[in-house]
Ligand binder design. Structure first.
Ligand SMILES: C[S@@+](CC[C@H](N)C(=O)[O-])C[C@H]1O[C@@H](n2cnc3c(N)ncnc32)[C@H](O)[C@@H]1O
Length: 212
């Protein structure tokens, strides 16, 4: 087993802080979180610039935002964008070919709970992409976890001119349950591939892009 103990201790702490039971089996979520942990640890140790700014699009119960803010120790430079009303309505890109399509409204975060967990972060309650407002920040790490075509495409476009050189963007849900996610990334890259230094997918369903 290659997952290191330091990560496991941190991950369990983050789950507990967010009020989530510790899973009894290894899950793709654990491996995806480990990939994020490795990226953030590397950003932290190689960065000469401080403080770093980060964002999460789609927070639900807060685990990934907890990982981000705990690893980077930057509670006041983290931005959270979410409808706080769950998933938006899936479009045909999300439904056609999905192994288990969503119907909308699932995974709704509790605004007060998230505010209490991240008192120093900036929360933007908005539908993505239609209600996204600009924020005064340039990001070094972005996590996009919105499941669906329309908001993922919008969040990727929003991030284009809000990313510092070298910014790592991790998109979740790059798998057959979420064909809209795969299509959004394809469309985004067909227009903007030249803006990225590299991009790749992992076996567990994160898609990773590094900004030039
Ligand atoms: C899979 S959950 C996020 C999980 C979270 N990143 C974590 O680590 O536990 C998806 C989130 O996206 C939000 N969401 C989905 N569609 C949205 C949209 N169109 N606009 C804004 N938020 C949306 C939901 O409210 C939910 O919080």
């Amino acid at each position: 087993m290659l997952i290191d103990e330091k990560f496991m201790v941190l991950y369990v702490k983050c789950l507990q802080k967010c009020g989530i039971d510790i899973p009894k089996t290894l899950s793709p979520k654990l491996f995806k979180s480990y990939a994020i942990y490795q990226i953030l640890s590397s950003i932290k140790s190689s960065s000469i610039q401080s403080p770093l700014s980060t964002a999460e699009f789609g927070v639900f119960r807060g685990v990934t935002s907890m990982l981000i803010t705990t690893i980077l120790e930057i509670p006041n430079q983290h931005y959270i964008f979410d409808s706080f009303e769950g998933l938006s309505k899936p479009t045909k890109e999300d439904v056609e070919g999905s192994t288990n399509p969503a119907s909308g409204g699932e995974m709704s975060p509790n605004f007060k709970h998230i505010q209490n967990l991240f008192p120093n972060s900036t929360l933007q309650k908005c539908w993505i992409p239609s209600q996204l407002k600009r924020v005064n920040a340039l990001f070094d790490f972005v996590h996009i976890d919105l499941d669906l075509y329309d908001p993922i495409l919008g969040a990727l476009e929003y991030t284009i001119d809000k990313a510092n050189p070298g910014c790592v963007i991790v998109v979740d849900d790059y798998n057959s349950r979420w064909p809209g996610c795969i299509q959004a990334i394809r469309e985004h890259l067909s227009k903007y591939q030249n803006l990225y230094r590299l991009h790749y997918s992992t076996l567990f369903g994160n898609f990773i892009l590094v900004r030039k």
